[in-house]
Ligand binder design. Structure first.
Ligand code: ADP
Length: 358
């Protein structure tokens, strides 16, 4: 008991401290002499302090207690008035001369501080990641926005010339010019809006999540579209999946993007019996979610450009989806990869480590 790293405190059935090991002295700041003979409630802040005698009495009466036999996280109070998170497990010793309780306490403050630090670093990392993508985007942005702007200027010039030359410029000609101008400005606005979404740093809020629940939510989002497109969308969990520590919204965003891309690929190629399969599995210490479709797949020469910002083969595509998805996966310590399916079709595989950080 003397050499133990955990604090070990033995109390009698009225809560009076009988033994207080050296680790307890270090943790709480009281010496053994100061602690022994006093009520253990002095080691806890209010409201537990006032309630503790009651807890023991009710346990002795009913045999039911919240901490006995099972560990839990509670708050401890040091001699200097600082409170700190601690893991407490309590065991019972029944002896003829009376009942005693042994409390084993581990100080969690350093652990919690480290967790906070990791979380902070992760947020910075995610932000840095976004900045890297932004750097990559700059060249693309110039091109993407310049194009509609040049077109707008050209249409406006054409309109002015027409008015200058003829007083009675046909109404339809002006209408058509105005329509083109508004179409081009909408295109520019769309690019800007997507970029805004990307830059908005937001705080990542990673919590324990059930990946099956996230996937089922994604399916719900597509319910209507799937019904109308007669595509088959299926999800299968290949084994029992443990919880993950992720930002729910961001992971959902990846999956929505992948399913949307598959739907686009199927409808773009006019596939009649379109099928999209989502599978989730546990491989080593990673949860692996794949989204596969029986669409046209990706041309060999395009495969390495897939995750580049602004790579798109769609007439109205922006080409940011996959690059954002990849950076979200990376910020979670995972990856997003493409593979071609046998017999055509695409498969995107998202791997997320189980290792819970923060
Ligand atoms: P966008 O959807 O705006 O084009 P993305 O980054 O999401 O941007 O996708 C980039 C390109 O990757 C698409 O234009 C398409 O050519 C290709 N792609 C993505 N998913 C699929 C898929 N499931 N099947 C075939 N091609 C795909």
């Amino acid at each position: 008991m003397k050499a133990a790293a955990d604090a070990i405190i033995i109390i009698d059935d009225s809560g009076i401290i009988e033994q207080f090991n050296p680790a307890a002295e270090r943790m709480f700041g009281f010496s053994q002499q100061e602690a022994c003979g006093r009520n253990v409630s002095m080691l806890m802040p209010e409201p537990q302090r006032s309630q503790h005698d009651g807890y023991i009495a009710s346990y002795l009466q009913t045999g039911e207690g919240k901490v006995i036999g099972s560990g839990r996280e509670v708050t401890g109070l040091r001699k200097n008035g600082d409170s700190f998170p601690m893991a407490l497990s309590v065991g019972e010793i029944r002896q003829p001369e009376g009942q005693r309780f042994v409390g084993i306490v581990r100080d969690l403050s350093e652990f919690r501080a480290a967790q906070q630090q990791v979380r902070h670093l992760e947020e910075q990392l995610l932000h840095a990641d976004r900045l890297v993508i932004l750097g990559e985007l700059t060249a693309g942005i110039a091109h993407e926005i310049n194009q509609p702007l040049t077109a707008i200027a050209a249409y406006a010039d054409a309109g002015r010339t027409m008015i200058d030359r003829r007083v009675d410029t046909p109404r339809e000609d002006m209408q058509s010019i105005c329509e083109r101008i508004s179409e081009q400005s909408r295109r520019a606005a769309e690019v800007v809006q997507r970029l805004r979404k990307l830059v908005r740093s937001g705080t990542v809020s990673k919590t324990r999540q059930d990946i099956e629940k996230i996937i089922n939510n994604v399916l719900l989002l597509f319910e209507y579209e799937i019904k109308n497109s007669k595509t088959d969308l299926h999800f299968k969990a290949l084994c029992d999946l443990p919880p993950l520590y992720v930002d729910e919204v961001q992971i959902q965003q990846i999956l929505v993007n992948l399913v949307k891309n598959s739907l686009d690929a199927l409808s773009g190629a006019g596939v009649e019996d379109g099928a999209i399969a989502i599978q989730a599995d546990l491989v080593d210490d990673e949860i692996v979610v794949s989204v596969s479709d029986n669409g046209p797949g990706v041309l060999t020469e395009d495969r390495e450009k897939l995750f580049e910002a602004f790579f798109t083969t769609k007439p109205k595509g922006v080409g940011l989806g996959l690059s954002i998805c990849k950076s979200i996966a990376a910020a979670h310590g995972g990856s997003l990869k493409f593979s071609a399916q046998e017999g055509g079709g695409s498969r995107f595989t998202l791997s997320l480590p189980l290792r819970s950080i923060g």
